[in-house]
Design a protein around this ligand. Structure first.
Ligand code: ADP
Length: 573
């Protein structure tokens, strides 16, 4: 497997298997063989032993050529006794002490295996309300979130990943103000992304300048209601997001509108990075196609999309991910029932920025947005064909009768999802997800082993090295700042093409999210980067834009607003 130095470090520190003494017992190629064979084994259920070998070889090539990689837990755990292969889970949080701690136990096991967990805490009674069994008062959702956070903190020490949570509270919960400010103290809820679950009725109240009703009815029939001017609530929320990046928003009505199986349940939460809205106990297996490898060049022409290669890759990737559901070991019977009932998969992309750079299309252009939609439409369409073909052979997903696909043939309730690809893009050596380059060159602090890795994007380097005035000295200047915008000798067209996250207007970040969302069954994880100078009004505009344009959620990141920043542009902080 061709790997960058950084990819090798990441694989060795977390992915490759070790013996009890901590010595490495596999190479990157052996890791791929392990994953390919374990996922191909599912073929046995419908075919013959020779099909397993044949498919294993196709899966191996798919990953070895870095055309596609599955999410981290599959790389880490396939073919091992643990065999927990999914990255994303949502678990229920009910207003009952035993149920809460049952969920916490399951969350701990999931995190230990490398999976991320999302929860909606809105069913918990507000702080100060009556507890009949003890005669005391309830501590409220945020207090319970702190307990979940502490559990993740403990698991961090022994697990392969840091552990990640999404905590959601709906906008009409009486504790919403405490929740909104819960991350103002940077040490608090440090293992959580938090988001407010927005319903359309809130925006209506906001638009008409009305009061909004905070409301909670307990199962015992007690109702708590309080009114607050919608504008006050909105302002507090936006201000907290401006100051700290949290909370983000999750648009619950939009999500429910696209819930493929409303007959099975209502979706109230997403996984940690927001790309998969899921029902309680549901999980999802993600995998991403490396777009930077889907280009071809005939003769002296420019780079173009190799649509046939992309089609083949999509079909094989869908089969791979469907096999993962089959070979997965589930940590709880209910997790198995939901995963095998809906068979959700999330095929996404990485290397989008690199693809655009090679094709000479600036990220902040209408052309990029249209092309993004077109590309994702193609992937979704081919994934639908692949899923229908699998259904013909293997049967449709069992819950299909209660779904929007009732009467059709389809193997999976969802097919596409745009994940952040934080680690797998590093392994593939390309830009992450649909994000622009964070910097032309940057250093990355590795939390687990305290190493600092230095990276320069290969597509950017290729363009720069073709420039007339390119020199070692110019490269040093670029490395120092992580940007090319201050380099006088470079033509404007090159500077435009090599704009980085913070040099791209946030409206283009949102527009990309929305362009890809149009053809994504699940959701799109996208960081809306803003410069440190962005104002509260900018944040408010961004949040409204995302809702109006059909995003399923939004997360902003204002440069410097978080103390624990993993990426730093250039060499200077
Ligand atoms: P990767 O590149 O490692 O496969 P992504 O960055 O694409 O992962 O994240 C995909 C999903 O995996 C996230 O939305 C989250 O559900 C889960 N995840 C990511 N990082 C962690 C982590 N440190 N601990 C637990 N789950 C994680």
């Amino acid at each position: 497997m061709e790997l960058t130095a950084n990819a090798r470090i990441v694989l060795e520190s977390r992915y490759l298997r070790r013996d009890e003494q901590g010595r490495l017992i596999e190479t990157p190629e052996q890791m791929l063989e392990r994953v390919a064979l374990a996922t191909a084994e599912a073929e046995l259920y419908w075919g013959e032993a020779k099909d397993v070998q044949q498919m294993a070889s196709l899966f191996f090539d798919l990953m070895n050529e870095k055309l596609f990689l599955p999410n981290s837990p599959t790389l880490m755990n396939a073919g091992t006794p643990l065999s927990q292969l999914s990255a994303c889970f949502v678990l229920p949080v009910e207003d009952d002490m035993a149920a809460i701690f049952h969920t916490l136990e399951l969350a701990a096991l999931i995190q230990q295996s490398g999976g991320g967990t999302g929860f909606n805490f809105s069913h918990l009674r507000p702080e100060g309300s009556y507890v009949s069994s003890t005669g005391g008062t309830a501590s409220g959702p945020v207090a319970f979130m702190k307990i979940f956070n502490a559990a993740t903190e403990g698991i961090k020490q022994g697990g392969k990943r840091r552990g990640a949570n999404m905590g959601i509270l709906n906008i009409n919960h009486p504790d919403i103000l405490t929740f909104i400010d819960a991350k103002r103290d940077a040490h608090q809820l440090n293992n959580f992304n938090i988001s407010v679950g927005i319903r359309n009725d809130f925006f209506k109240a906001l638009e008409t300048g009305k009061n909004y009703t905070l409301h909670f009815s307990s199962v015992h029939g007690k109702t708590i209601e309080r009114e607050i001017p919608a504008a006050d609530l909105w302002h507090k929320l936006i201000h907290a997001a401006w100051a700290t990046g949290d909370p983000g928003l999750i648009f619950l009505d939009t999500i429910q509108q696209f819930n493929p199986t409303p007959g099975i349940g209502t979706i109230e939460a997403t996984n940690p990075c927001g790309e998969v809205p899921l029902l309680p106990y549901e999980s999802c297996n993600l995998g991403s196609i490396n777009l930077s490898r889907m280009l071809q060049k005939s003769g002296n022409q420019d780079w173009q999309v190799d649509w046939e290669k992309l089609r083949r890759t999509v079909h094989l990737a869908v089969r791979f991910l469907d096999n993962v559901i089959e070979m997965n070991r589930y940590l709880h019977p209910e997790l198995k029932r939901m995963a095998t009932g809906n068979r959700k998969i999330g095929l996404g992309v990485m290397g989008w920025a690199e693809m655009l750079i090679r094709m000479g299309i600036p990220y902040d252009s209408q052309e990029a947005l249209q092309f993004g939609s077109q590309l994702m439409q193609f992937i979704q369409h081919e994934a639908q064909i692949a899923s229908a073909l699998l259904a013909a052979q293997r049967g449709s997903f069992p819950f299909i009768i209660q779904s929007q696909f009732s009467g059709q043939q389809r193997r999976n309730a969802t097919l596409t999802s745009i994940a952040p690809t934080g680690t797998i893009s590093l392994i593939a050596g390309t830009s992450s997800s649909i994000e622009p380059l964070f910097a032309i060159a940057y250093k990355r602090e590795h939390v687990l082993n305290n190493q600092t890795l230095f990276e320069i994007n290969p597509a950017a380097l290729e363009i720069l090295s073709r420039q007339q005035h390119f020199s070692e000295q110019m490269l040093d200047e670029i490395i120092l700042k992580g940007s090319v915008q201050h380099i006088r000798q470079l033509p404007e067209s090159v500077k435009r093409l090599l704009k980085t996250s913070l040099e791209i207007d946030y409206t283009y970040h949102i527009a990309h999210q929305v362009s890809f969302q149009r053809y994504t069954d699940n959701a799109v994880s996208k960081t809306i980067n803003m410069p440190a100078s962005a104002t509260v009004a900018d944040v408010e505009k961004a949040y409204r834009m995302a809702w109006q344009q059909g995003a399923k959620g939004i997360t902003i990141f204002r440069y410097g607003s978080k103390p624990e920043q993993v990426l730093h542009a250039g060499l200077k902080k």
